[in-house]
Design a protein around this ligand. Structure first.
Ligand SMILES: *[C@@H]1O[C@H](CO)[C@@H](O)[C@H](O)[C@H]1NC(C)=O
Ligand SMILES: *[C@@H]1O[C@H](CO)[C@@H](O)[C@H](O)[C@H]1NC(C)=O
Ligand SMILES: *[C@@H]1O[C@H](CO)[C@@H](O)[C@H](O)[C@H]1NC(C)=O
Ligand SMILES: *[C@@H]1O[C@H](CO)[C@@H](O)[C@H](O)[C@H]1NC(C)=O
Length: 206
C-alpha cells in the first residue's frame, strides 16, 4: 500500500486553467493541430486549416474553472481580441443543423439564439488520459458510442477547414456521414502556457 502522503499529493488541485483545443490523428491537416477561430467565416466553429496560417486567426482559447479530471464542466470563451461583448461566451454543442446524433462544436456569446435543447454547454467532461493528455467528452457515454470527427468544409472564398463534430453513428445520420468528407479524430485540451496577446500570431505570447 502507498504511504498516505503520496496519495494526498496525487489529489487533483482545484485550479482554474486556460486550454486550447487540439486535434490528434485524422489527417496531415488535423493531426496535432490546435484549433483556430476564423472571424471571417460565418459558422462559428473552431477548426484546423493547412498552413500558411493567418496570424489574425487566433487559437480558440478556453477557460475552465478546474482541471482534469472534471465532469459537468463549462468551457468559457477567453476573448483574445479587444472589445469582447460584456457577456460570457461558451463553447457548446449545437444541434442547429438538425443532423440526428451529431452535434457541431461552436462558440457563441448568444445562447438565446438557439432553440431549447440545441445549445449544450454545461456537461463537458475533461478526461485524464495519463501522460498529461486531457480528452474532451460530452455528457454520459457509458457505452463509448460517441466520437469526435473532423468534417471538411470550404468557405465561400474557397478556404478549406476541418471542424469538430461529436457524433454517434446511427441510421439517422448515415446519409449525412456518407456525404461528408471527414476523418475520425481525438479532441484534446492542451494547457495554454502563455498569456493572451491580441497582436501576437494566434493571440498568444509563447
Ligand atoms: C479565414 O477566412 C478567410 C476568408 O475566408 C481567409 O482569407 C483566411 O485565409 C482564413 N484563415 C484560415 C486560417 O483559414
Ligand atoms: C470556481 O469554482 C469554485 C468552486 O466550485 C467557486 O467557488 C468559484 O466561484 C468558481 N469561480 C469562477 C470564476 O467561476
Ligand atoms: C507531464 O507534465 C509535467 C509538467 O510539465 C512533466 O514534468 C511530466 O514529465 C509530464 N509527464 C509526461 C508523461 O509527459
Ligand atoms: C443531412 O442530410 C439531410 C438529408 O439528406 C440533408 O437535407 C441535410 O442538409 C444534411 N445536413 C448536413 C448538415 O449535411
Amino acid at each position: 500500500m502507498k504511504p498516505l502522503t503520496t496519495i494526498l499529493f496525487c489529489l487533483p488541485l482545484a485550479t482554474a486553467t486556460d486550454y486550447f483545443f487540439s486535434f490528434t490523428s485524422g489527417n496531415a491537416i488535423t493531426n496535432s493541430q490546435r484549433l483556430r477561430f476564423n472571424n471571417s467565416i460565418p459558422i462559428s466553429s473552431p477548426g484546423a486549416s493547412a498552413a500558411p496560417h493567418n496570424p489574425a486567426d487566433h487559437f480558440s482559447r478556453i477557460y475552465v474553472n478546474g482541471s482534469a479530471p472534471l465532469t459537468q464542466a463549462t468551457l468559457y470563451v477567453v476573448p483574445t481580441n479587444p472589445h469582447p461583448p460584456p457577456v460570457p461566451g461558451y463553447y457548446a454543442l449545437s444541434g442547429q443543423e438538425k443532423v440526428p446524433d451529431a452535434w457541431r462544436l461552436i462558440q457563441s456569446y448568444r445562447p438565446q439564439d438557439f432553440a431549447p435543447g440545441e445549445f449544450r454547454f454545461d456537461d463537458w467532461t475533461l478526461k485524464d488520459a495519463g501522460g498529461n493528455r486531457t480528452l474532451l467528452r460530452y455528457g454520459t457515454d457509458d457505452l463509448g458510442e460517441w466520437r469526435w470527427i473532423a468534417v471538411r468544409e470550404v468557405s465561400n472564398l474557397g478556404v478549406e477547414r476541418w471542424v469538430p463534430w461529436w457524433v454517434k453513428p446511427t441510421e439517422g445520420n448515415l446519409g449525412n456521414l456518407t456525404n461528408w468528407e471527414y476523418v475520425v479524430v481525438e479532441l484534446e485540451l492542451v494547457v495554454a502556457k502563455g498569456p493572451v496577446n491580441s497582436l501576437a500570431p494566434g493571440g498568444i505570447l509563447e
